[in-house]
Ligand binder design. Structure first.
Ligand SMILES: Nc1ncnc2c1ncn2[C@@H]1O[C@H](COP(=O)(O)OP(=O)(O)O)[C@@H](O)[C@H]1O
Ligand SMILES: [Mg+2]
Length: 504
């Protein structure tokens, strides 16, 4: 069966044909600078041949997932273990299903490992499943780099080995490599050399042009023509395309790339509370998974400050500079002094809008000035104490079991949210009116009422509270674990402190 698919037009308007069966035996290399239209070309090829041949696309950008809807490709997310990827690749061959391996969001090394594992899985399929598959690899220089880069040698070997297998030894096993690269000079030579068909697009750099001319067996001066090619224009050569270099224009596509060239988009109107939006973290941020493989975090300034404010080691004092002896304090006296320093800081009405880190630094300096003995308080302890002071818990409530439960529940919310959480818990335990949005916002260090409501929504999602309204529409926040709920309170009431300050 001979199937000539239509890639676009040759000058004069005749269709530019690509012989799929021939392609399966002789592979294809597409080269062109970024924006020259390679991914579009691959998409045209995939769409036109989808009904004829099984396809696997190694897709670093997640561009080709849009083939799924129209052509039924299965989208495989690359964020899996190597064993899982090999298993999926094996089943892809057994069941002859077309698929897109989307590597979007992985770092380069993970992309290489995932692509390597998947390609090896395809390659190692049992002989009974050696049906023909077009294996399209976009940005192939990533997976078969000509020189070692920043990634580990092991990842590079794995990925390069898999690409070499695909291009050099895949044919017998039914694998037909179609690879695209923006820089021929960056692609491993042995991988490029196995393709007998070429589609060359716009190429700027002399070194890439020279490599292209060598591959095509062209005069280097002749290869100068690649410099002036327009987007979507390619020179075709090879047994599946044309016996002589043939300029073609790639035709239109049915599906769209999810990411396309950047387009200018009008800026939105600046929101009122822009500073709040930028400087206050969203509650959702705390649930977002940590960035994988982050380098070791730099030490926070607060840690360094804590260390600096620690008393010098006992062995250090030199006789020339006798240290002032630290007075011995009883735990009660120490606690009293500590509370004094804390309230000094928190009594400032603006303290509600300062970050915990700034307050903590202030606290450390003052504690040092007051010659508070012992190791300085850790930031997490400080936050907790601030939360307790801000919640305004009196000694009587502080000794209740409900408050102890509230404190232990608060350990489950992130440090930044403890203040808000404890304030709400205190209102519930004390049967006080539900704090207003303005009050909640302030406890979180923001002016944004919207954010306050989202905080409540977040606590609710975590199963910590249940928010409901009374018959008059006032808000009630219930804490199932505390078996307590606030009295109804108006969500839009002004913050009492501020209202008072405004009245004075
Ligand atoms: N033959 C073509 N016809 C119409 N638009 C095209 C053609 N080739 C490319 N484009 C458009 O040009 C942009 C860049 O093309 P793309 O294929 O992403 O380039 P590359 O993959 O080489 O960086 C895309 O928005 C694409 O839709
Ligand atoms: Mg591209």
């Amino acid at each position: 069966m001979q199937v000539g698919i239509d890639m676009g037009t040759v000058s004069g308007g005749t269709p530019a044909k690509l012989d799929i069966e021939e392609l399966l035996a002789t592979r294809l290399l597409v080269q062109g600078n970024s924006g020259s239209g390679k991914s579009h070309l691959l998409r045209r090829l995939l769409e036109q041949s989808a009904q004829w041949v099984q396809q696997v696309i190694i897709d670093p950008e997640g561009d080709f997932v849009t083939l799924a809807d129209k052509y039924g490709h299965v989208v495989v997310d690359g964020e899996r273990t190597e064993a899982e990827l090999i298993g999926i690749a094996t089943r892809i061959r057994q069941h002859r299903v077309s698929c897109v391996l989307s590597l979007e969001g992985l770092d380069v090394e993970e992309q290489m490992r995932a692509a390597g594992a998947f390609l090896n899985g395809l390659f190692d399929a049992d002989r009974e499943y050696w049906y023909p598959v077009l294996v399209v690899v976009d940005e192939a220089q990533m997976f078969a780099p000509s020189v070692s880069g920043d990634v580990s040698e092991e990842a590079r070997k794995m990925s390069l080995g898999a690409m070499t297998n695909l291009m050099c030894r895949g044919r017998k096993r039914g694998l037909a490599g179609v690879i695209a690269t923006q820089r021929l000079a960056k692609l491993a030579k042995n991988v490029a050399a196995e393709a007998s068909n070429f589609l060359m697009g716009r190429t700027f750099l002399d070194i890439d042009m020279a490599r292209a001319a060598d591959l095509l067996g062209m005069d280097r001066r002749q290869a100068e023509m690649f410099r002036d090619l327009k987007r979507g224009n390619f020179v075709a050569l090879g047994p599946a395309l044309s016996r002589r270099p043939l300029p073609i224009v790639i035709g239109t596509v049915e599906t769209s790339a999810r990411s396309s060239s950047p387009k200018l988009v009008p800026l939105p109107n600046a929101p009122q509370d822009v500073e709040d939006l930028i400087f206050t973290p969203d509650p959702e941020e705390f649930t977002r998974p940590l960035v994988r493989r982050a380098p070791p975090a730099p030490r926070p300034t607060t840690d360094i400050l804590a260390e600096l404010s620690r008393a010098a080691p006992a062995a250090a004092p030199s006789p020339a500079e006798p240290r002032v002896a630290q007075p011995e304090l009883s735990p009660e006296e120490r606690e009293e002094r500590l509370t004094g320093v804390l309230s000094e800081i928190l009594d400032d009405p603006q303290s509600g809008y300062r970050t915990d880190a700034a307050l903590y630094q202030d606290f450390l300096v003052r504690a040092r000035m007051r010659r508070l003995p012992g190791p300085p308080m850790a930031l997490s302890d400080f936050r907790r104490r601030v939360a307790v002071v801000r919640a305004g818990v009196d000694p009587e409530m502080a000794s209740t079991e409900a408050w102890a439960t509230a404190l232990s529940l608060s350990a489950d919310v992130s440090d930044d949210l403890q203040g808000v959480f404890l304030m709400m818990a205190k209102a519930a335990i004390g049967g006080e009116a539900c704090p207003s949005d303005a009050r909640i916002a302030k406890a979180y260090g923001t002016h944004s009422a919207r954010r306050a409501r989202r905080l409540l929504g977040y606590f609710e999602e975590q199963g910590l509270v249940v928010v409901h309204s009374d018959f008059s529409g006032k808000r009630v926040v219930a804490f199932p674990d505390l078996q307590a709920e606030t009295a109804p309170g108006a969500a839009d009431a002004p913050d009492i402190d501020e209202a008072r300050a405004a009245a004075e």
